[in-house]
Design a protein around this ligand. Structure first.
Ligand code: FNR
Length: 191
Protein backbone atom coordinates (compact mmCIF):
# COMPACT_ATOMS: atom_id res chain seq x y z
CA UNK A 1 0.00 0.00 0.00
CA UNK A 2 1.27 3.45 -0.89
CA UNK A 3 1.29 6.19 1.78
CA UNK A 4 -1.75 7.68 0.13
CA UNK A 5 -4.98 5.72 0.58
CA UNK A 6 -6.95 5.23 -2.60
CA UNK A 7 -10.54 4.58 -1.63
CA UNK A 8 -13.44 3.74 -3.89
CA UNK A 9 -16.91 4.96 -2.93
CA UNK A 10 -20.29 4.13 -4.37
CA UNK A 11 -23.86 4.93 -3.39
CA UNK A 12 -26.82 2.57 -3.64
CA UNK A 13 -29.12 5.10 -5.26
CA UNK A 14 -29.26 6.02 -8.93
CA UNK A 15 -31.26 9.22 -8.74
CA UNK A 16 -29.68 12.59 -9.39
CA UNK A 17 -30.95 14.19 -6.18
CA UNK A 18 -29.97 11.24 -3.99
CA UNK A 19 -29.14 12.07 -0.38
CA UNK A 20 -26.73 9.15 -0.33
CA UNK A 21 -24.90 10.34 -3.43
CA UNK A 22 -24.74 13.75 -1.76
CA UNK A 23 -23.29 12.15 1.38
CA UNK A 24 -20.63 10.44 -0.72
CA UNK A 25 -19.71 13.77 -2.35
CA UNK A 26 -19.40 15.27 1.13
CA UNK A 27 -17.10 12.40 2.12
CA UNK A 28 -14.97 13.09 -0.94
CA UNK A 29 -14.70 16.76 0.00
CA UNK A 30 -13.94 16.04 3.67
CA UNK A 31 -11.50 13.16 3.14
CA UNK A 32 -8.53 13.50 5.48
CA UNK A 33 -5.02 14.27 4.33
CA UNK A 34 -3.59 11.22 2.60
CA UNK A 35 -6.92 9.77 1.49
CA UNK A 36 -8.49 10.18 -1.94
CA UNK A 37 -12.01 8.93 -2.64
CA UNK A 38 -12.95 8.09 -6.23
CA UNK A 39 -16.65 7.61 -6.96
CA UNK A 40 -18.10 4.81 -9.07
CA UNK A 41 -21.59 5.36 -10.49
CA UNK A 42 -23.66 2.19 -10.17
CA UNK A 43 -25.72 3.15 -13.22
CA UNK A 44 -22.99 1.33 -15.16
CA UNK A 45 -23.75 -1.98 -13.42
CA UNK A 46 -26.61 -4.07 -14.88
CA UNK A 47 -28.65 -6.63 -12.94
CA UNK A 48 -26.67 -9.73 -12.07
CA UNK A 49 -27.28 -12.53 -14.54
CA UNK A 50 -25.21 -15.72 -14.33
CA UNK A 51 -25.66 -16.34 -18.07
CA UNK A 52 -24.26 -12.90 -18.92
CA UNK A 53 -21.42 -13.44 -16.45
CA UNK A 54 -20.59 -16.77 -18.07
CA UNK A 55 -20.07 -14.91 -21.38
CA UNK A 56 -17.73 -12.44 -19.67
CA UNK A 57 -18.40 -9.46 -17.41
CA UNK A 58 -20.13 -6.56 -19.21
CA UNK A 59 -17.92 -3.47 -19.56
CA UNK A 60 -19.50 -1.62 -16.61
CA UNK A 61 -19.12 -4.62 -14.33
CA UNK A 62 -15.51 -5.19 -15.38
CA UNK A 63 -14.73 -1.51 -14.69
CA UNK A 64 -16.50 -1.71 -11.33
CA UNK A 65 -14.63 -4.85 -10.25
CA UNK A 66 -11.32 -3.43 -11.44
CA UNK A 67 -11.92 -0.21 -9.47
CA UNK A 68 -12.59 -2.22 -6.29
CA UNK A 69 -9.58 -4.46 -6.85
CA UNK A 70 -7.28 -1.45 -7.28
CA UNK A 71 -8.64 0.41 -4.22
CA UNK A 72 -7.17 0.10 -0.72
CA UNK A 73 -10.69 0.12 0.71
CA UNK A 74 -14.30 0.67 -0.25
CA UNK A 75 -16.93 3.03 1.17
CA UNK A 76 -20.51 1.97 0.51
CA UNK A 77 -23.19 4.59 1.05
CA UNK A 78 -26.51 2.89 1.37
CA UNK A 79 -30.09 4.06 1.52
CA UNK A 80 -32.68 1.88 3.28
CA UNK A 81 -35.66 0.52 1.36
CA UNK A 82 -38.39 -1.37 3.18
CA UNK A 83 -36.16 -1.95 6.18
CA UNK A 84 -33.43 -3.46 4.08
CA UNK A 85 -30.65 -2.84 1.60
CA UNK A 86 -31.84 -1.51 -1.79
CA UNK A 87 -31.48 -3.81 -4.79
CA UNK A 88 -29.06 -1.43 -6.53
CA UNK A 89 -26.55 -1.79 -3.71
CA UNK A 90 -27.05 -5.50 -3.16
CA UNK A 91 -26.72 -6.15 -6.89
CA UNK A 92 -23.39 -4.30 -6.96
CA UNK A 93 -22.12 -6.36 -4.02
CA UNK A 94 -23.30 -9.55 -5.72
CA UNK A 95 -21.26 -8.80 -8.89
CA UNK A 96 -18.23 -7.82 -6.81
CA UNK A 97 -18.45 -11.10 -4.89
CA UNK A 98 -17.68 -13.03 -8.07
CA UNK A 99 -15.86 -15.24 -8.89
CA UNK A 100 -15.97 -17.03 -5.52
CA UNK A 101 -12.17 -17.31 -5.49
CA UNK A 102 -10.40 -14.08 -6.36
CA UNK A 103 -13.43 -11.78 -6.04
CA UNK A 104 -12.55 -8.10 -5.70
CA UNK A 105 -14.36 -7.95 -2.34
CA UNK A 106 -12.38 -10.86 -0.88
CA UNK A 107 -10.29 -9.36 1.94
CA UNK A 108 -11.19 -5.80 0.92
CA UNK A 109 -11.74 -3.41 3.84
CA UNK A 110 -15.25 -1.95 3.73
CA UNK A 111 -16.87 1.00 5.49
CA UNK A 112 -20.62 1.58 5.56
CA UNK A 113 -22.46 4.84 5.91
CA UNK A 114 -25.93 5.91 4.84
CA UNK A 115 -28.65 8.52 4.93
CA UNK A 116 -32.42 8.57 5.10
CA UNK A 117 -35.08 11.21 5.66
CA UNK A 118 -36.45 8.98 8.44
CA UNK A 119 -35.33 8.81 12.06
CA UNK A 120 -33.19 5.69 11.75
CA UNK A 121 -30.86 7.06 9.08
CA UNK A 122 -30.45 3.79 7.08
CA UNK A 123 -29.66 1.68 10.19
CA UNK A 124 -31.51 -1.41 9.00
CA UNK A 125 -30.17 -1.11 5.46
CA UNK A 126 -26.62 -0.92 6.80
CA UNK A 127 -27.20 -3.75 9.23
CA UNK A 128 -28.51 -6.03 6.52
CA UNK A 129 -25.69 -5.14 4.11
CA UNK A 130 -23.14 -5.98 6.81
CA UNK A 131 -24.27 -9.61 6.72
CA UNK A 132 -23.10 -9.95 3.11
CA UNK A 133 -19.50 -9.34 4.16
CA UNK A 134 -19.46 -12.58 6.10
CA UNK A 135 -19.77 -14.39 2.79
CA UNK A 136 -17.56 -12.08 0.74
CA UNK A 137 -14.86 -12.25 3.44
CA UNK A 138 -14.58 -8.47 3.58
CA UNK A 139 -13.51 -6.92 6.88
CA UNK A 140 -16.15 -4.28 7.62
CA UNK A 141 -15.46 -1.50 10.12
CA UNK A 142 -17.79 -2.01 13.11
CA UNK A 143 -17.42 1.37 14.82
CA UNK A 144 -17.96 4.24 14.58
CA UNK A 145 -21.25 4.03 12.72
CA UNK A 146 -22.55 6.91 10.66
CA UNK A 147 -26.32 7.06 10.29
CA UNK A 148 -27.58 10.32 8.83
CA UNK A 149 -31.19 10.65 10.00
CA UNK A 150 -33.57 13.39 8.75
CA UNK A 151 -31.07 13.74 5.94
CA UNK A 152 -33.34 15.95 3.79
CA UNK A 153 -32.78 18.70 6.39
CA UNK A 154 -28.99 18.36 6.26
CA UNK A 155 -28.26 19.09 2.61
CA UNK A 156 -29.15 22.16 0.57
CA UNK A 157 -31.00 22.16 -2.75
CA UNK A 158 -27.70 21.54 -4.60
CA UNK A 159 -26.94 18.51 -2.44
CA UNK A 160 -24.25 20.18 -0.36
CA UNK A 161 -23.91 19.08 3.27
CA UNK A 162 -24.94 22.05 5.41
CA UNK A 163 -25.29 20.43 8.84
CA UNK A 164 -22.13 21.06 10.86
CA UNK A 165 -22.70 18.24 13.33
CA UNK A 166 -23.05 15.71 10.52
CA UNK A 167 -19.91 17.10 8.87
CA UNK A 168 -18.01 16.70 12.16
CA UNK A 169 -19.14 13.07 12.55
CA UNK A 170 -18.32 12.37 8.91
CA UNK A 171 -14.78 13.69 9.37
CA UNK A 172 -14.37 11.48 12.47
CA UNK A 173 -15.76 8.50 10.60
CA UNK A 174 -13.38 9.05 7.67
CA UNK A 175 -10.39 9.30 10.00
CA UNK A 176 -11.44 6.08 11.71
CA UNK A 177 -11.87 4.38 8.34
CA UNK A 178 -8.41 5.49 7.21
CA UNK A 179 -6.94 3.97 10.38
CA UNK A 180 -9.01 0.80 9.89
CA UNK A 181 -7.78 0.34 6.30
CA UNK A 182 -4.17 0.87 7.37
CA UNK A 183 -4.59 -1.67 10.22
CA UNK A 184 -6.03 -4.23 7.83
CA UNK A 185 -3.12 -3.72 5.44
CA UNK A 186 -0.60 -3.99 8.29
CA UNK A 187 -2.23 -7.23 9.42
CA UNK A 188 -1.93 -8.54 5.88
CA UNK A 189 -5.68 -9.02 5.56
CA UNK A 190 -6.21 -6.63 2.66
CA UNK A 191 -5.49 -7.84 -0.83
C1 FNR B 1 -37.94 4.24 1.07
N1 FNR B 1 -37.53 5.01 2.14
C2 FNR B 1 -37.26 4.44 3.36
N2 FNR B 1 -36.61 5.13 4.36
C3 FNR B 1 -36.31 4.53 5.54
O1 FNR B 1 -35.72 5.15 6.41
N3 FNR B 1 -36.65 3.22 5.76
C4 FNR B 1 -37.29 2.48 4.82
O2 FNR B 1 -37.54 1.32 5.05
C5 FNR B 1 -37.62 3.10 3.58
N4 FNR B 1 -38.24 2.38 2.58
C6 FNR B 1 -38.30 2.91 1.30
C7 FNR B 1 -38.70 2.09 0.24
C8 FNR B 1 -38.67 2.59 -1.05
C9 FNR B 1 -39.04 1.68 -2.18
C10 FNR B 1 -38.28 3.92 -1.29
C11 FNR B 1 -38.22 4.46 -2.72
C12 FNR B 1 -37.93 4.73 -0.27
C13 FNR B 1 -37.23 6.44 1.94
C14 FNR B 1 -35.80 6.60 1.51
O3 FNR B 1 -34.97 6.59 2.65
C15 FNR B 1 -35.66 7.93 0.76
O4 FNR B 1 -36.40 7.86 -0.45
C16 FNR B 1 -34.21 8.26 0.49
O5 FNR B 1 -34.15 9.59 0.04
C17 FNR B 1 -33.58 7.30 -0.53
O6 FNR B 1 -32.22 7.53 -0.64
P1 FNR B 1 -31.63 8.51 -1.74
O7 FNR B 1 -32.18 8.15 -3.08
O8 FNR B 1 -32.04 9.91 -1.35
O9 FNR B 1 -30.15 8.33 -1.64
Amino acid sequence: MADRLNILGFAGSLRQGSLNRALLRAAQALAPEGMAIAVFDLRAVPLYDGDVEAEGDPEGVAAFKRAIAEADGVIMVTPEYNHGVPGVMKNAVDWASRPPRGAPLDGKPVGLIGASPGMTGSARGQSQLRQAFEFTNSPCMAQPELLVARAHEKFDAEGRLTDETTAKYLVRWLEAFAAFVRRQAAAGVAS
